[in-house]
Design a protein around this ligand. Structure first.
Ligand SMILES: Nc1ncnc2c1ncn2[C@@H]1O[C@H](COP(=O)(O)OP(=O)(O)OP(=O)(O)O)[C@@H](O)[C@H]1O
Length: 443
């Protein structure tokens, strides 16, 4: 196997939010947004790696941080064997020639006051290309080069003196691509390059990117939120969820036999070709993506996972366990309001059984029986008494999942999935033990 062009190891990017006045008065710690939290992958020369996931999972941050457009808070990136984060200014300048980015929005990424010719030639000017020759001939050389690039992306060299607003969305994206090609890079981060375009135009731009890759021997990181877009252009796909990579594999394999419950859910939400389901988005997952300010312990997907693993010694079916975990999560994030439950159940606030029945009907989407019903009712009893902490602890003690105490990461198999369901294989490595998950106190 050839050496990877890009090697990303444990890349981490936290954004630190500015302290408010009250925060500094109270000496509170700065809050961080864990946008990218320890991801690793390689990209081989000439390969296209897709990076997909829902909005906010950290895709753009990954692309921008590995290009050093943002400063990483941890990890390393090697490009052609060189550590990008340790490059001095000359090395960084050379890297900035070799590695480019195309942004999603062709409407805001081009300076409206510049002509297309100047936009495409600008990177050449910044890098002092061509060397030697007088100013006049340099300008002419750059203009010729911009014209050639414009032709290469399917526009015409006699459009060089026009302005961005004179072009359609698809044409502007072609201009953005021409600009990225000006310095003859080896690697391009394509950050949702077709998401803002009409479906009919998307295919044309994707075909162009494919052709350019063949002609110039380019390597791509292709960022998208929609799996269907990456299917035809990517060799391998990495799926991201809340700052982590949850699965990484060859494109066809990932589409035909997705391993991670999150990938499976994402694939189910891709519109199907059959008439009945055409255009329908299957809502495969309950709940919203948690905040990267305070991500769940252990596996970050566990708060929405339809396959979250119950404790070994608990006899419970999967749907009921998910329903109980949803109640737990709702209690943790403060989504259960005892006052509202009392108001509906018994405004006098004495009938605890009525409270429990009302709480169950609002917050537990399953029929509960036996031990499970007993523990849930005990917890809801604590809630009725105003002791939310004890309610949470009661549920945690009996229902704690292995998914919440240890964090999985993709292993070194050819198609790894970061899921405890694959423990014992090289698909997954457990990278962290979250302390403090166990509860000491007796109920
Ligand atoms: N400058 C910033 N300061 C603070 N938080 C940020 C900043 N930029 C991004 N974030 C947060 O980091 C997380 C990851 O954002 P990012 O844009 O990388 O995700 P994404 O997957 O590319 O989403 P999208 O497709 O919506 O762009 C989000 O929660 C976002 O709100």
């Amino acid at each position: 196997m050839t050496e990877p062009l890009l090697e990303v190891r444990d890349l981490q990017k936290y954004y630190f939010e500015r302290d408010t006045f009250v925060d500094s008065l109270l000496g509170r710690e700065r809050r961080s947004v864990k946008a990218v939290d320890g991801i690793s992958f390689d990209i081989q020369p000439g390969e296209t790696l897709g990076l997909v996931g829902e909005s906010g999972c950290g895709k753009s941050t990954t692309g921008e941080t590995l290009l050093r457009l943002r400063e990483a808070t941890g990890g390393s990136v090697r490009f052609d064997g060189e550590n990008v984060f340790e490059m001095d200014s000359d090395e960084l300048k050379a890297f900035r020639k070799d590695a480019q980015i195309v942004f999603q929005d062709p409407f805001s990424s081009l300076d409206p006051r510049m002509t297309i010719g100047d936009i495409i030639a600008e990177p050449l000017k910044i890098h002092g290309i061509p060397e030697g020759a007088g100013d006049q001939s340099k300008r002419e050389w750059r203009r010729d080069k911009a014209g050639e690039l414009l032709e290469r992306v399917g526009l015409s060299a006699n459009q060089l003196d026009r302005y961005p607003h004179e072009f359609s969305g698809g044409q502007r994206q072609r201009i953005g691509i021409a600009r990225a090609l000006a310095l003859e890079p080896d690697f391009i981060v394509l950050d949702e390059p077709v998401s803002a375009l009409d479906v009919s135009v998307q295919a044309q731009v994707l075909n162009l990117l494919d052709d350019l890759q063949d002609d110039f021997g380019l390597t791509y990181l292709f960022i998208a939120h929609d799996l269907s877009v990456v299917r035809h252009i990517c060799d391998r796909v990495a799926v991201m969820y809340l700052g982590n990579i949850v699965e990484l594999g060859p494109t066809d394999e990932l589409f035909e036999s997705p391993k991670h419950p999150y990938t499976q859910a994402l694939l189910e939400s891709v519109p199907r070709p059959s008439t009945a389901e055409h255009g329908r988005r299957v809502e495969a997952l309950s709940g919203d993506v948690p905040s990267p300010r305070n991500p769940p312990s252990g596996c970050r997907f566990r708060t929405r996972c339809p396959k979250v693993i119950p404790p070994d010694d608990l006899n419970i079916d999967q749907a009921t366990y998910r329903a109980v975990m949803d109640l737990r999560d709702a209690l943790v994030v403060g989504d259960v309001n005892p006052d509202h439950i009392w108001d509906a159940a018994d405004p006098e606030r004495v009938d605890e059984e009525a409270f429990i029945a009302e709480a169950r009907s609002r917050h537990v989407d399953a029929e509960l029986r036996g031990e499970v019903a007993g523990v849930v009712d005990t917890a809801l009893g604590h809630l009725a008494e105003g002791d939310e902490e004890r309610a949470r602890e009661t549920l945690q003690r009996r229902f704690e999942s292995p998914c919440e105490t240890r964090r999985p990461a993709v292993g070194d198999a050819p198609h790894p999935a970061a899921c405890h369901l694959f423990e014992g294989s090289n698909e997954v490595t457990v990278i962290e033990t979250d302390a403090g998950a166990a509860i000491e106190a007796d109920d």
